[in-house]
Ligand binder design. Structure first.
Ligand SMILES: [Zn+2]
Length: 312
């Protein structure tokens, strides 16, 4: 079947690059190793026309047809390995990519909620987890740490009844296990200086909101604040207009029609979801919920091909 794939924009999404076994936090956010990432970049350059966000926006604004197979490389969250590992590889192959940062995470040490939850799951002696308001009990008695963390995160993300801070407090209590304060100083994310260097060298920096809160869980006013203030903060640091946003978490239930309208109102030109698929049209609705292809689980090029074929 390969490489008989349709014309379209194939937007690949990464989180972390590196060795998931060396991490004390969430293994699920590791997309692939450095070596695998270099092979991915070679693969994209051989089989696609790799475009930047600026070229994507140009296509949309000039109403150009999607007349070829294009690849767009994106990273969510702005982990430090994006700068240390991915950026040098992208530079080596002169390949553009976009990095979506949560502005609260830069320059101030911060452990995001999914990493803290993963740390708790790694250290608890519990075999089952259930919050009072959950109908489901999550069994963590067997399986890999990757699976256990994935299962608990799935249920925690669905629970809209309280804030993430409250959910972590509750989880720590149930698990009788709290992440030590000194771990909060772990430098996990890029700095503004590094973001500026990447931006000045052809990489696109976009918004992933300020706090990485799931937007659909917030009232419209607070969504707007997350969407528009993050834009202003990045623009101030980079002296460049921020034209794109990637919704945190990004699945169907992580944003709403209001979210899309607010992104447009805040003067973004495009917005990315994390709904899997390829981009084949730019109508006004699609433009603010562009689909992406998730790259995860120590992804080899052969698996990347499977992801592509499965989604076309
Ligand atoms: Zn994210």
């Amino acid at each position: 079947m390969w490489p008989m794939i349709p014309k379209g924009i194939y937007c690949f999404n990464y989180h972390r690059i590196g060795d998931e076994n060396a991490s004390i936090f969430d293994p699920n956010v590791f997309s692939c190793t450095a070596k695998q990432f270099e092979q991915h970049v070679q693969f994209y350059n051989k089989n696609f026309i790799v475009i930047s966000i600026e070229q994507l926006i140009d296509k949309i604004e000039r109403n150009l047809p999607i007349d070829n197979k294009y690849a767009l490389i994106t990273f969510d969250d702005g982990y430090i390995d994006n700068y240390d590992i991915a950026y040098p590889i992208l530079k080596k192959y002169q390949t553009p990519a976009a990095f979506y940062v949560a502005t609260n995470y830069l320059d101030t040490p911060h452990i995001p909620w999914w990493d803290e939850i993963a740390w708790i799951i790694r250290h608890t002696n519990n075999t089952q987890i259930k919050f009072e308001n959950w109908s489901e009990t999550v069994d963590i008695s067997s399986g890999s740490i990757t699976e256990k963390v994935r299962n608990i995160l799935r249920v925690i993300k669905q629970d809209k009844e309280r804030t993430m801070v409250d959910k972590i407090t509750e989880l720590s209590k149930i698990c009788q296990c709290e992440m030590p304060d000194e771990l909060r100083k772990t430098p996990l994310f890029i700095s503004w200086k590094q973001a500026k260097e990447m931006s000045d060298n052809g990489m696109h920096i976009g918004s992933h909101t300020m706090s990485h809160t799931i937007l659909s869980h917030l009232p419209p006013q607070e969504q707007l604040k997350e969407i528009s203030q993050s834009k202003a903060i990045i623009e101030q640091h980079l002296s460049k207009e921020v034209t794109s946003i990637a919704y945190p978490v990004g699945g169907h239930s992580a944003f709403t029609e209001t979210t899309r309208q607010l992104a447009q109102q805040a003067n973004y030109k495009v917005a990315f979801s994390f709904v899997p698929g390829i981009i084949t049209s730019f109508n006004s609705q699609e433009r603010f919920q562009l689909k992406r292809l998730p790259v995860d689980g120590n992804c080899k090029v052969s698996q990347l091909k499977n992801i592509i074929v499965k989604n076309t």
